[in-house]
Design a protein around this ligand. Structure first.
Ligand SMILES: NC(=O)c1ccc[n+]([C@@H]2O[C@H](COP(=O)([O-])OP(=O)(O)OC[C@H]3O[C@@H](n4cnc5c(N)ncnc54)[C@H](O)[C@@H]3O)[C@@H](O)[C@H]2O)c1
Ligand SMILES: O=C(O)C[C@H](O)C(=O)O
Length: 308
């Protein structure tokens, strides 16, 4: 099955690379606006195929969406990333126009496509695609929670001084420095709540470092991260293409779930061949419910800046 990745920059190329390396898609089409850039990235990646042992065909195009026709999944990574000191929300002015136009082009050539939105501010960009693309709500999925949960597990393993494969945990709510909600109450090491091993100070550290995970990397790299974002997208694409029905926190259009409507926010969902198969309703503590509502309020304010 064919996957399109729009934006052949840092994140887009990383998505294509991880998808190809996992060998579950027949073709990945990279699209970029910069002349020759997607073609060059595709050729470079294809020259890793014999070395890395994959058969996925990677092609590139400068803006020719006819080459994306018949895509089962399309990933939108086009747009600008933040620089150190910026918030993701500051990117809305440039990225909203790009995301809206890209989504329209994708749907024109692949009316049945499932879109994964990556460009920031992601929750608002996912909402924009819902408002403008005409796709049903199960076919628009924002990527944030998969990445933020991976960062949560990284910080938990560091604090627990244990292998990452020992830990489990999930981050929901907004993909923003302040609106992320790492679910400490549900995080475990081999099924044992992490609260049995970590004190309040350690938990506060893990929580805060998870929330500012993207900002920390942006400060270190001078631009935002790409390896873990690409890997997170590849997990979501695989769950769709292989109908794995994995439970992944994603930014989805809510219609009463978690007390919110007409907004995209990170919630656990079953991701399979139909895109969003089901939003999973989990019990939150009162404090978590309050934080979820506060995150929703902030995202609503950003959504208010959209001209839709
Ligand atoms: N949701 C997440 O978890 C997450 C994670 C990492 C990055 N991001 C976001 O992803 C976006 C991309 O980040 P990056 O580091 O890859 O940036 P980048 O600058 O490396 O790549 C972006 C690419 O988009 C291309 N582009 C711009 N306008 C386009 C258009 N109209 N059509 C096709 N291509 C177009 C650019 O030419 C560029 O190659 C940013 O908005 C960033 O904030 C989100
Ligand atoms: O931090 C960013 O701006 C990019 C992305 O949202 C991330 O979390 O890595």
């Amino acid at each position: 099955m064919k996957v399109t990745v729009v934006g052949a920059g840092a994140v887009g190329a990383s998505c294509a690379e991880y998808i190809a390396m996992k060998n579950f898609a027949s073709e990945v089409v990279l699209v970029d606006i910069k002349e020759g850039f997607a073609e060059g990235k595709a050729m470079d990646l294809m020259q890793t195929a014999s070395l890395n042992g994959f058969d996925t065909k990677i092609t590139g195009t400068t803006g020719d969406y006819s080459k994306t026709a018949g895509s089962k999944v399309a990933v939108i990574t086009s747009g600008i990333p933040r620089k150190p000191g910026m918030t993701r929300e500051e990117l809305i002015g440039i990225n909203a126009g790009i995301v809206k136009e890209v989504a329209a082009n994708l749907v024109k050539h692949s009316p049945e496509v499932i879109i994964i939105v990556v460009s920031n501010p992601m929750d608002t960009m996912a909402y924009l695609v819902h408002k403008t693309s005409g796709l049903p709500k199960n076919k628009i999925i924002g990527m944030g929670g998969a990445l933020d949960s991976a960062r949560f597990k990284y910080r938990l393993a560091e604090a627990l001084e244990c292998p990452i494969s020992d830990v489990d945990g999930m981050v929901i709510a907004a993909h923003s420095d302040t609106g992320m909600l790492p679910l400490v109450s549900k995080a475990t090491r081999n099924g044992v709540p992490v609260t049995e091993f970590l004190n309040d100070e350690q938990i506060a550290f893990v929580t805060e470092e998870t929330k500012v995970g993207g900002a920390t990397l942006t400060k270190l790299l001078g631009t935002s991260a790409w390896y873990a974002p690409g890997a997170a997208v590849s997990v979501m694409v695989q769950s769709i293409l292989c109908d794995q029905k994995k439970m992944i926190p994603c930014s989805l259009l809510l219609d009463g779930e978690y007390g919110q409507s007409d907004i995209c926010l990170g919630v656990p969902a079953i991701i399979g061949a139909n895109g969003v198969e089901k939003i999973v309703d989990i019990t939150l503590t009162d404090a978590e419910k309050e934080k979820f509502a506060t995150a929703a309020k902030a995202v609503r304010e950003v959504n208010g800046d959209l001209k839709v």
